[in-house]
Design a protein around this ligand. Structure first.
Ligand code: PXL
Length: 289
């Protein structure tokens, strides 16, 4: 029997303060008509990007039993979407989860959450990078930011990257296994622009979405971006339309937040912009390049 709503297993942490991970994924996908089943990898008092002394409850030791119960009840998913993992050991556990719950016409999305602005997040070391390189091979789609793309390719992070080189990075990342690679946060042709690049190895097409750059850094926007991409693809949109929706939504969230004076580490004002998610895409700004 076909399910009424697409169902996603969301493998992310739950951070209690600062809008990242499950606090972004659940509202966004739910608003887009997708059922979210969280598989929490860790519970934190805050995210790790800008708060000190956070409480970190690592759920590694509990994941296998949690997953075994899902297997026992016959849970099935149209998509497995993995984001922040609490430890390198979790990569092995989630690899087994993906292999056990794989089925036809399913979307496996891995956001290799490891760092930003050229740096690894404070909770990780290099083992995470080594394990992540193998893990991304299981995915249909990966969505690294520029920092994570450089880490996965063992290449130096730089703030300015020629767009021709980004195309090489995309194909080199696809060689690790995923059919589609999306790189976010690529500086645009001028300082006031930023862009997202994508490559689909099945038809060997490259895509680029330009977007104006707002000089702000809100954690969790990567989680928001990939959540919209997942929701859009599960709703039947093409890759360029899904990219467009994700870029436009995150831009609207940053714009809605930027004018207020509050600490950016609290993330974007998601609750004020969720209603924008179901607007039609009137003119797509994705370009084939
Ligand atoms: O959005 C990325 C993210 C997710 N989860 C945790 C984080 C971060 C980024 O800082 O710290 C716990």
């Amino acid at each position: 029997m076909k399910r009424v709503s697409p169902r996603v297993a969301a493998v992310h942490d739950l951070s209690g303060f600062g809008r990242v991970s499950l606090s972004m994924v659940i509202p966004i996908l739910t608003t887009m008509g997708v059922q979210v089943c969280p598989l929490p990898t860790a519970v934190l008092s805050t995210h790790t990007g800008g708060y000190e002394g956070y409480k970190f409850i690592d759920l590694t030791e509990h994941l296998e039993e949690y997953i075994a119960h899902w297997a026992a009840i016959g849970a099935e998913f149209d998509c497995i979407y993995s984001g922040y993992l609490g430890s390198p050991k979790q990569i092995g556990i989630i690899t087994d989860f993906i292999n056990a719950f794989r089925r036809d016409e399913q979307l496996i999305v891995i956001d290799p959450v490891m760092g930003d602005n050229g740096k690894l997040y404070s909770s990780f070391d290099n083992t995470m990078v080594t394990e992540m390189k193998k893990f991304v091979g299981l995915a249909d789609i990966i969505t690294p930011n520029l920092t994570e793309a450089a880490l996965l390719l063992d290449t130096a992070y730089r703030e300015q990257v020629e767009h021709q080189l980004i195309k090489e990075w995309l194909t080199n990342l696809a060689a690790l296994g995923p059919r589609t690679v999306v790189i976010t946060g690529v500086p645009g042709d001028t300082p006031d622009m930023t862009c997202v690049f994508a490559y689909n190895s099945l038809d060997q097409r490259f895509w680029k979405v330009d977007c104006c750059y707002i000089p702000a850094h809100f954690p969790g926007t990567g989680d928001g971006f990939t959540s919209v991409l997942v929701g859009s693809l599960l709703g039947g949109d093409s890759l360029p339309i899904a990219l467009d929706r994700a870029v436009q939504f995150i831009l609207s969230a940053i714009r809605a937040s930027y004018g207020y004076r509050y600490p950016q580490r609290e993330g974007v004002l998601l609750e004020r912009v969720l209603g924008n998610l179901n607007l039609p895409v009137l003119i797509s700004t994705s370009q084939a390049i």
